[in-house]
Design a protein around this ligand. Structure first.
Ligand code: ZN
Length: 311
């Protein structure tokens, strides 16, 4: 019997977003075991690393090897973050199925992070799209608009600026443009407004919600995005990558809690939550002493799970 098609796509970003924000470097063998456990839990898209110079991010020095290993899982979309054309070339060489490029809406954040303005990043996108046009099968190219909901350097980020940049990225030929709450400043009303506008402008090319839990609003923001039609959600197992500005708060939305919320609502994720919780073991083995977050793994599943939903 075939399982019913999931209603939402949970895109696991822990091996990239999580690992690059912790100090320790997870040994390659542990990364591979962790990714295998995530796949076994039913995750169908995993951001496995980023193609950045190893001297900047030694945590990602083994990314090509990790991509090669992850590709052995049939049906898994192996995704990697690339900051620029050079990273995209390396991702193509390694065989990534999909790349995501962070493009910052905040000029200040963009210059501090990649030493390029948002407009210069759009030019870079055109070159990345030209590069992938030469690939068969074509690699998917996604953009995540960082600081879309606010910036720690600049403060308020204008909603019109977010939409203008999203349209420019789509115009450069990328497949999907998502919105990222890089700094954990989003609220549900804002999420509803911005994703509604994004979807009106870009239609099917409106991409993922990448929410952080810095101020405890991660799940509320995901639900707000779901309510206005978003169906792809980034999350990180154990909320790995705690935010340095908010001790005790996780960085990314916790995958376990996100899956629990959707499944409890009767929204199918395709993820087995018990197997997902079990995937914390290889994560913790590879990063001894690193804090992991999440309420569902602490509380356990309620009696009678899976609940008899009627959705
Ligand atoms: Zn993140």
């Amino acid at each position: 019997m075939n399982a019913p098609k999931p209603d939402v796509l949970v895109s696991e970003v822990g091996p990239r977003d999580g690992l690059q924000s912790v100090k320790a470097t997870m040994p390659t063998a542990d990364k591979l075991r962790w990714i295998d456990a995530l796949v076994a839990a039913g995750l169908r898209e995993i951001e496995v690393g980023s193609f950045v110079p190893a001297k900047l991010l030694p945590q990602m020095a083994d990314v090509a090897e990790v991509v090669a290993h992850a590709r052995r899982h049939a049906g898994l979309t192996v995704m990697a973050l690339v900051p620029n054309l050079r990273g995209a070339q390396a991702a193509v060489a390694a065989g990534a199925h999909k790349i995501t490029l962070p493009v910052s809406v905040s000029e200040a954040h963009s210059l501090a992070n990649v030493r390029r303005s948002p407009a210069q990043m759009v030019d870079e996108l055109r070159e990345v799209v030209a590069l992938r046009a030469a690939q068969a099968p074509a690699m998917a190219v996604e953009v995540g608009l960082s600081t879309a909901f606010g910036c720690t350097l600049q403060g308020v980020v204008e909603e019109d600026a977010v939409i203008r940049l999203a349209v420019a990225c789509a115009g450069a030929g990328v497949d999907e443009v998502g919105l990222s709450d890089t700094t954990g400043m989003a609220n549900p009303a804002q999420v509803r407004r911005l994703f509604t506008r994004l979807r009106a402008e870009l239609g099917e090319r409106a991409g993922a919600a990448h929410m952080h839990n810095t101020r405890g609003l991660g799940l509320a923001n995901c639900l707000a995005a779901y309510d206005v039609g978003v169906r792809t959600f980034d999350a990180s197992l154990g909320g790995l990558g705690g935010c340095p500005y908010a001790p005790g708060a996780s960085g990314n939305v916790v995958t376990e809690d996100l899956v629990f919320m959707f499944e409890a609502m009767g929204v199918r994720t395709g993820v087995d939550i018990e197997a997902l919780i079990a995937a914390r073991a290889p994560l913790q083995a590879g990063l001894p002493g690193e804090p992991v977050y999440g309420m569902t793994p602490e509380a356990g599943l309620p009696k009678g799970w899976p609940l008899g939903q009627t959705a």
